[in-house]
Design a protein around this ligand. Sequence first.
Ligand code: C2O
Ligand code: CU
Length: 487
Amino acid sequence: RRAFSLGSTAAGVLALAPSAIGQVPASIDTLPASAPVTRLPLVAKEIDWRLLGPDRPATRHFCAYDGEPFKVFRFNRGTRLAVDFENRLPDPTTVHWHGIRVPYLSDGVAPLTQEVIPPGGRFSYNVPLPDSGFYFFHPHCDETGQVGRGLFALLVIDSPEERKVAFDAECFIAVKDWRLGDDGQWIAMSTDEGAATAGTFGTVRATNGSIVPPRVEVPAYGDVRVRTIVADATRVIDLGCETEDAALIAVDGQALLPPVLLDKLPDGVWRMGPAMRADLQVRVGAPGTEVKIQDYRSGQPYLLTTLVAVDKGLKKTAFKPKSLPASTAPQPDLARPKKMEYLLQVSAGPTIVSPALPADDPLSKALVDSLCVGSKTHWAISRDSWSTQDALRLPPPLEKLTAGTTYVVACTNVTKHVHPMHLHGHVFRVLSSSKKAGMPQYLADTVIVEPNESVQFAFKATSGNWVFHCHILEHMDTGLMGWFRVT
Ligand code: C2O
Ligand code: CU
């Protein structure tokens, strides 16, 4: 047995909602008990931060892990993190390890896998890192408010196999806009109008917290690994760049095999919604030349970052996309999958598939106290909505699944807005889309479903209670979330 506990208040979940949660799934570990353990003290706290630049007022109540905005954590695959988390925020929070295959009691979803961590509280997370790639972590409670004010961190998992695929430079692009007034202070993160449509957009656009798009010096004629993430609550980007020598080599941290030249993608871009990651391999040219990496989503390209080539003695060679080592996540077995179909829908108020819990039920009280639910219901998955203050109850699982079985989900968006759908605890294979014929299959943990599009993806189920939700944070806060119980 390891010395630290696996999800230290897990027993509290049972005390909260035995009837709603029912049979408790096994919390399956994804690394052997012998895996090396790294202790990771982690603190969530507020700081003052000069988001708008040095001569502007500091933004108060900025949130950051360890007080360092955009901190990059880096570990080796096969490591187990024993995370000793402390909440120094004035509000309750949790930590969710987005895309990482953790045992579900460390998944950070209040009230489904743990109770919220109150101000001043601590929680031990058991975070095995079974797969290499580019991930992030963020709270799973009042996400619109806490992520909106900066609370997330980047997580890169390296492996010896992956290090053999050499790049000449690496750079990060974290797209995150901010809801700030002219005085540099926060304005409301959510609006009812935004929550019911495409989301409430930032007033200030930025890359890596910089309003001036970063300029990064890289070796001339070199291959740059550009790790891109949309950490915004709302914004969808069309990632592309001004060179033919660029390839998409990983999606959501999993190798894309074979890699695909950006020019070969529809419109030469990769569409990314909140929480999605993409690794690009970008070749830069002669010393003094630049490559602009841009968001082409709206008419005018929006500059995210400029790569500036400087002479480091490299010689010009032909561009060749690199294949990263294949994903180590369990692959779906497509011989005889079980199929499920869901509609992403607008909801004019709380839906009625399951009744609301009575106000004196301990779970409804925990939901209210936790501040983990939005105020209104605007969205539903196949007629059922996640809890909001409109209807405080844990909806029944979308489906009860059997561990080790492969499922194919067909998700159809009958709303007017894009929904990047994220499944916790799994890497899935995107099989097909009704709108993108001929698209290669790929692995991901979040997939965009466009209006009137039907997307199919497959996964091999792992034991646990796992949520499935839209990552436009106001959408999940206002109903667009369900869960699977896998036993
Ligand atoms: Cu990053 Cu439930 O999500
Ligand atoms: Cu959505």
